[in-house]
Write a protein that binds this ligand. Structure first.
Ligand code: DGY
Length: 324
């Protein structure tokens, strides 16, 4: 008999069929309380869970006594209570490799669009304002040969450093617990304290996961260390930055700009002051959102779940200790 699996994300037909060859699928729209109530029986029988965007916590696990494996269509796993999964010996799979280059492209897009004010000037032209050559009040700042500081020198940080160093001749600083030999030898990246990175970088790029340690890592005190012409880019997780502190700094003109793909609350509330600041570029959490990469993530997630349910976990596992 095939194991029962809950799918809380729509998959393309071919990937659904790939999973269906190994599992009996029940598709549900999301993990909201209403959906959990509606599908209580299916949850109670399920050995696998695949999707993204819903909270998987002790409360949900209590409704899924047979659960053995979760597969997230994401690299980040802050939606999962890993301690609760470990206690239940439920393995958690994710997609850490397939999205690296695409997310680095998104960060570079934020760097360029904030520095050169692309969305702001695009709106200005489309509003019919371009009547004569622009003056300095619409100039941007250079990207090439500036200093880029990276918080989170993982796979995405490395792919960003590669773009910035080879493509734009930028100096790379990074803050990490350990020396990153490869970053140093390939990109001449220099490891430094957080304070030094904030003081010296023209672009501070965050690609950190959300943990207790990174929550509000960047607040008023840290933003105050940044140069007034610097740019803050966040493509990790929203709560790594204290959003109110960032808004206050931007409103007071203390930074050149901010480029944000992630927010403390998503979707970003329509009354957020960020939406009325012309020097803020806001994206709807699109780090990995290209057709090719999202397909690749779903393919990995399907294969990860099949492997986990058949006891063949050799990669992409967040908590191998749960298998013991
Ligand atoms: C990820 O994969 O973690 C992206 O941020 C999408 O959630």
């Amino acid at each position: 008999m095939k194991p029962a699996v809950i799918l809380y994300k729509k998959l393309p037909d071919d990937l659904r069929a790939r999973l269906a060859a190994h599992a009996d699928i029940t598709e549900i729209s999301d993990l909201s309380p209403a959906s959990q109530q509606q599908h209580a029986e299916a949850l109670a029988q399920a050995e696998g869970l695949l999707g993204s965007g819903g909270k998987v916590n002790g409360e949900l696990l209590a409704k899924m006594p047979k659960l053995r494996a979760c597969s997230s269509v994401s690299v980040g796993y802050d939606n999962f209570d890993v301690d609760a999964l470990n206690q239940r010996h439920v393995v958690l799979m994710h997609t850490p490799t397939v999205l690296t280059e695409t997310v680095a492209d998104t960060i570079m897009a934020l760097v360029l669009s904030t520095a050169r004010r692309v969305p702001e000037l695009d709106a200005w032209v489309k509003a019919g304002n371009w009547q004569k050559s622009i003056g300095p009040e619409r100039f941007g700042i250079d990207v090439h040969h500036k200093t880029l500081g990276i918080l989170g020198m993982g796979r995405i940080g490395m792919a960003l450093a590669q773009r910035a160093h080879f493509g734009f001749g930028m100096k790379i600083l990074y803050n990490a617990r350990r020396e990153h030999q490869e970053a140093q030898s390939r990109f001449g990246a220099e490891r430094c304290e957080l304070e030094t990175l904030l003081e010296q970088s023209d672009f501070v790029c965050i690609s950190l996961p959300l943990t207790e340690q990174t929550h509000h890592l960047i607040g008023a005190e840290q933003i105050a260390l940044m140069k007034p012409e610097a740019v803050l880019i966040n493509a990790g997780r929203g709560p790594v930055v204290d959003e109110n502190a960032l808004i206050a700094a931007l409103q007071a003109g203390k930074l050149h700009a901010a480029g944000l793909d992630v927010f403390e609350k998503e979707p970003l509330p329509t009354d957020s002051p960020l939406l009325s600041l012309p020097n803020v570029v806001t994206l709807p959490h699109i780090g990995s959102a290209t057709h090719e990469t999202r397909y690749g993530m779903m393919l990995d997630a399907v294969d990860n779940l099949i492997a986990a349910l058949s006891g063949k976990v050799d990669k992409n596992c967040v908590n191998p200790q749960a298998l013991k």
